[in-house]
Design a protein around this ligand. Sequence first.
Ligand SMILES: NC(=O)c1ccc[n+]([C@@H]2O[C@H](COP(=O)([O-])OP(=O)(O)OC[C@H]3O[C@@H](n4cnc5c(N)ncnc54)[C@H](O)[C@@H]3O)[C@@H](O)[C@H]2O)c1
Length: 353
Amino acid sequence: MLKSLVEEIYKIIMKRKVLILGGGGFIGSAIARILSKREKYDITIADNFHHNQDDEIFTHFILENSIKLFKADFTEKSSYDLLDKHYDDFYMLASMIGVNNTLENPHEIIRVNTALISNSLEWVKNNSVKNLLFTSTSECYSGTIDKFGYKVPTNEEIPLCIDPIDHPRFTYAVTKMLGESGFLNYSRVFGFNCKIIRYNNIIGPKMGFGHVIPHLVERFIDGESPFKIYGGDQTRAFCGIDDGALGTIQAMECEDAKHEIFHIGNDVEITIEDLVKETGRYFHYKGNYEIAPTYPGSVSRRCPDLTKARKILGFNPKIDWKEALKETLDWYVNYYKENPNKRFFEGPNKFYK
Ligand SMILES: NC(=O)c1ccc[n+]([C@@H]2O[C@H](COP(=O)([O-])OP(=O)(O)OC[C@H]3O[C@@H](n4cnc5c(N)ncnc54)[C@H](O)[C@@H]3O)[C@@H](O)[C@H]2O)c1
């Protein structure tokens, strides 16, 4: 009896204490799912559930895995009072995202993301965190690729640049640059370990509705014909959610990496035309396609160079883009079956200058 009690206490003490701010979201909840299977973590999720992920499945997952949950708006400083004073790992994922959001509410992107970053920086400064990971984006160097012809696939050495500065789309990238600089510099001054992840197009079930894939599903279901391919010759690389979440955990837990930036994604570069036509095959689409211009501010090529992540983290994405796409399409097709009147695609034309 005493022995098992001691064992229980030992297990609790030895657990790695993890905070996932933004853990109700697409990537944060995937990180929590992976960690919860490993049993050596004491997990806390904090989120305002902006994306409404706190459904029955999520609630069940939280209860089943004894995850602590704080539902609050962390643009408010007082929300941080809910948290404990010490965490081993702080995943800082909370952010306002989405191209349409940037175009329609750029002021909110600036307000929400800068408040989340600045509140988190000050909270970390005044509390005890061993490792912090901040999630940034490949959008931070979209200007460098198109303006200065930098190499694609792109490594972490690339200078960050957006252009033009007043374009609403880039409010998001500007706040991520603030986060990168903020966390790297606070970490050196206040003595915690810090990693920056720049994600490249992570896809999977429940990834939100402001994305090309759910938009394609809506349009194929609605029978668009000819089917427009916006920016068909642009390239991207799509990474399955399990790979993206695992790479994030590998970066957080890598003892050899201190104050480092990693590009996490998949390095198989495909065209948007490839993506649309693969989706068309899924829907057995027999009509014609038509190439159309893309969203303004959309970079022509994007693909991460994973050499550094492979070498230092042992990161090796395993899910093929077609497999990741199929899993994503399955989920959205089912969603639209259950919610036949929901539509989110508004077309890029609305936003042309
Ligand atoms: N998904 C991608 O391909 C991708 C690409 C580049 C960068 N990122 C970054 O990765 C992180 C996670 O992205 P995601 O795709 O899971 O997005 P997501 O929107 O699903 O997750 C972000 C979470 O932050 C929460 N949040 C927003 N404002 C908050 C607030 N005021 N208080 C508390 N919580 C708040 C949201 O409710 C949401 O659950 C984000 O920082 C995003 O910028 C993602």
